[in-house]
Structure formats: structure tokens, C-alpha cells
Design a protein around this ligand. Structure first.
Ligand SMILES: C[S@@+](CC[C@H](N)C(=O)[O-])C[C@H]1O[C@@H](n2cnc3c(N)ncnc32)[C@H](O)[C@@H]1O
Length: 272
């Protein structure tokens, strides 16, 4: 069987199992197929079609499906223009207006191996902290995948995930180790990592800024997406910010929750 025909068969499987569960089948690729094949093997089933029947008749398997298809890809300063804008405009304005009595609360939902929250920690340490000495930051990062969180805590990264890190930051905060780089523990200690399933668990509240990039607004649709968008809105302070990925958008039915601050960079204000 050719690679192309294997892709088509996997697509047919996704088209059957995803839409009834409010998942966008077009977004899942090769890594998801590997996970599904491993699961089919574990269950001793004959292939995609038999597994689709199994999902239909086993509610627990259906509930597990989003985790099985889960995509874990990230990199430091992903979509660099966003981070440049946060450093130059958004964070200085927030830090200046923020009371010294409590830290600015930043939450990363679906933090993968830590690349995104550590980008925020690096940016804060280098650009904001030296200027706004009285304002502090508290960064919390959540993911459903324990293996991701373990990698995040270790803080070791292959070279390719660092390709958007400015050279001076790389020299200052990353130590070459084996074939990659280890992030300095002063930056690692700035982020609190927690295992959390967004679909089931409560989110920590009173956030000033929430990153939810390439999770809810890419993979979820319909009721699942609406419920998660509302849940996220409820954990953000009034006027707090939501940051999405460049390829994501707030849809018309979510405009009562979030309004654009920068349409281009996908920064939204909480409307609650
Ligand atoms: C594609 S990665 C995006 C990483 C990062 N936000 C970025 O944009 O670079 C999606 C992350 O969401 C996590 N995730 C998926 N489902 C989740 C859930 N129900 N609760 C919490 N995290 C979840 C995955 O484990 C993965 O690390």
C-alpha cells in the first residue's frame, strides 16, 4: 500500500469518528495516525474501520479519542512577531498599570514541552523585569500530557525548537548539552507546570493573560469548542487578554466572549 493510500484510509477514519465528537478531522496528521495504529494493536483489532466501530460502541474509548489524536508540537517564540509586540507594547503597558501588591497572572493552556511559557519567562526576565522593578509575574503552564510536562521540567531542547530564540538570549540562558541545549534553572523556576485536562478540570482563575494556541481553536469545533471558549473566558479577569495562534480566530458565535485587540496578531480582550 502506498503512503498516499494509507493517508486516505486514515482520513476516512477521521471523517467518520471526529465530527460527531466535535473534533476537526482536517487538523490531525501523521503523529496522530501513529497513536491510533498503536491503540488498534493494543486492542487487538483488525484496522481503522473496526476501531471506528469500537469507538461507537465504547463511550470511554470515545472520550479518550481527543487525547489519542493529540498533537504535541511547539517551539520557542513561535510566531515571533507576536512576541516582539508583547515585549514592545502589551507587556510594558500591563506592567505599568498593574498593582505592585499582586503578580501579573499568566496562564498557558496546552503548554507542550514548555517552549511557550519559557518564552514568556525569558521575555519577562530580559525585557520587562529590568524596567518595571515593582511588578512581578506568576506563570502557570498546563498540559494533559505527563510526558510533555516531564520534558518541560527538565528544560532540555533539541536545536530546532530554538530557531526563533534571539542569539543573545540563547547565549545567556541556554547551555549546550548533548545534541541540544539546557535552559538555565533561573528561567525554569519561573514557571509552575501542572497536569490538567481542560475538558474535565477547573482552570485556575483570575488570569490577566491566557495563551491558548493550537488547541481549542484549532482542533475543537461545535459544542466542545463553545464550552471550552466559555470556560477560558471565565478564568480571565475582565479586560484580561487571550492570545491565540496566528492561524486561529475567534468565530462569530464567540464574539460575545472576546473582542479583537490585534486581529493580525490574534490578541483578544475578554468581554465578560
Ligand atoms: C499543538 S500543541 C500546542 C503547544 C503550544 N501552545 C504552541 O502553540 O506552541 C497542543 C498541546 O495541547 C495539549 N492538550 C491537548 N488536549 C489537552 C487537554 N484536554 N487539556 C490540556 N492540554 C491539552 C497537548 O498535550 C499539546 O501539548
Amino acid at each position: 500500500m502506498t503512503l498516499a493510500s494509507r493517508e486516505i484510509i486514515f482520513d476516512e477514519f477521521l471523517q467518520r469518528v471526529c465530527p460527531p465528537r466535535d473534533l476537526d478531522w482536517r487538523k490531525y496528521r501523521r503523529a496522530s495516525r501513529r497513536n491510533v495504529l498503536r491503540r488498534i494493536y493494543q486492542l487487538g483489532l483488525g484496522g481503522f474501520s473496526e476501531y471506528a466501530d469500537y469507538i461507537d460502541s465504547h463511550p470511554l474509548e470515545a472520550a479518550f479519542l481527543p487525547n489519542l489524536l493529540n498533537v504535541t508540537v511547539s517551539r520557542f517564540f513561535r510566531e515571533k512577531e507576536l512576541w516582539d509586540h508583547l515585549a514592545a507594547d502589551v507587556l510594558p503597558a500591563m506592567a505599568a498599570a498593574h498593582p505592585a501588591s499582586r503578580p501579573l497572572q499568566v496562564l498557558h493552556i496546552g503548554c507542550c514541552n514548555g517552549e511557550e511559557p519559557y518564552s514568556m519567562a525569558l521575555l519577562w526576565k530580559n525585557e520587562i523585569e529590568p524596567v518595571f522593578l515593582r511588578t512581578s509575574i506568576s506563570i502557570t503552564a498546563l498540559d494533559i500530557d505527563q510526558a510533555c510536562l516531564d520534558r518541560a521540567s527538565k528544560g532540555w531542547y533539541p536545536r530546532k525548537t530554538l530557531r526563533e530564540v534571539p542569539v543573545e538570549l540563547q547565549r545567556k540562558w541556554f547551555e549546550p548539552e548533548m545534541e541540544g541545549f539546557r535552559l538555565h534553572k533561573r528561567i525554569r523556576h519561573m514557571v509552575n507546570f501542572t497536569k490538567l485536562d481542560l475538558l474535565k478540570d477547573h482552570l485556575p482563575g483570575k488570569q490577566d493573560m491566557v495563551f491558548c494556541r493550537y488547541l481549542v481553536f484549532t482542533y475543537f469545533q461545535g459544542k466542545r469548542r463553545r464550552e471550552m471558549a466559555r470556560k477560558i473566558s471565565e478564568c480571565i479577569n475582565p479586560e484580561g487578554l487571550l492570545i491565540l495562534g496566528r492561524k486561529e480566530s475567534i468565530e462569530p458565535q464567540e464574539q460575545d466572549l472576546f473582542t479583537p485587540v490585534s486581529q493580525n496578531l490574534k490578541i483578544y480582550k475578554n468581554e465578560r
